[in-house]
Design a protein around this ligand. Structure first.
Ligand code: AMP
Length: 279
């Protein structure tokens, strides 16, 4: 497994592999890998001749006062996980490499970035779209793998790929959960034992909401009310938002909506968690 820290070396690695007609899969992450990330790696390895894992905690997608500095990092452990999952190359750039002095260019996907996480994290998706477009330009992947766990991010990146006529196919991967239902996340390490218990409210509520949605003839407002009520009654968990949207357009559902997605963000103590479910 190659470990590459510079853009020029990464481009050289890609050039050699492209000239040998090898297909390239990219799994972009911020590291501190867990089984959710591993599911993306496994899918990429099964579908491409070369899999590149990128690990970069992108400062541009963090707002002031967010957890950029304390975001969990463990490169040595990540390397072991990557190697044991047959990753061909790990891209580990630093910020001087990604955003050298004088850097001025950002990608702004409009509208769908304004709601949900975009409302409480202004500039977050601009940072995400910018870094992912940079990674696509450096690595030129045939396919790039993203988790539905970050459903709004996925919608933004699919829209960017379509609007900017990018050649990469975005592959959506299902949410990997702990045995008790909690969606895996690098941020789960922030939770104390009591918070970890309380955090189960997110997945439990979404699973119950799915049953209610199905048994109530797909009643969006009843289901949303149920979700919001569950959080009002709870201790130590505060709901930031809960919405049900058309999964494809990321707009409020209409008569043509084929698939619905319920999304929520909540704070458990100081930790902000997100989760969603297809209804
Ligand atoms: P992150 O390192 O949190 O930026 O995540 C990197 C990629 O892994 C993103 O595409 C995430 O959506 C995906 N991911 C994170 N958690 C999970 C999970 N529990 N299941 C599936 N994919 C996930």
């Amino acid at each position: 497994m190659k470990v590459i820290e510079t853009i020029s070396e990464m481009k050289e690695f890609i050039k050699e592999n492209k000239s040998d007609q090898r297909t390239i899969g990219l799994v972009p992450t911020m590291g501190f890998l867990h089984d959710g990330h591993v599911s993306l790696l496994k899918k990429s390895v099964s579908e491409n001749q070369i899999t590149v894992l990128s690990i970069y905690v992108n400062p541009v997608q963090f707002g002031p006062g967010e957890d950029f500095e304390k975001y969990p990092r463990d490169t040595k452990r990540d390397m072991d996980i990557a190697a044991s999952n047959k990753v061909d190359a790990v891209f580990l750039p630093d910020s001087r490499e990604m955003y050298p002095d004088g850097y001025l260019t950002y990608v702004n996907v409009e509208k769908i970035t304004e709601k949900l996480c975009g409302e409480t994290r202004p500039g977050h998706f601009r940072g995400v779209a910018t870094v992912v477009l940079k990674l696509f330009n450096i690595i030129k992947p045939d396919k790039a793998y993203f988790g539905i766990k970050d459903a709004q991010q996925l919608a933004v990146l699919k829209r960017m790929t379509r609007d900017l006529n990018l050649d990469t196919t975005i592959v959506e991967c299902p949410i990997v959960r702990e045995k008790d239902g909690l969606a895996m996340s690098s941020r789960n390490v922030y939770l104390s034992a009591q918070e970890r218990e309380r955090a189960l409210l997110l997945s439990k509520t979404l699973m119950e909401a799915k049953e209610l949605f199905e048994s109530s003839c797909r009643n969006v407002s009843t289901t949303l009310e149920f979700i919001r009520d569950s959080f009002l009654k709870s201790e130590g968990v505060s709901l930031e938002y809960a919405e049900i949207l058309d999964k494809d357009t990321f707009q409020p559902p209409g008569i043509n909506t084929a698939s619905f997605i319920a999304l929520l963000a909540a704070r458990v103590g100081k930790t902000r968690l997100i989760d969603n479910i297809l209804l």
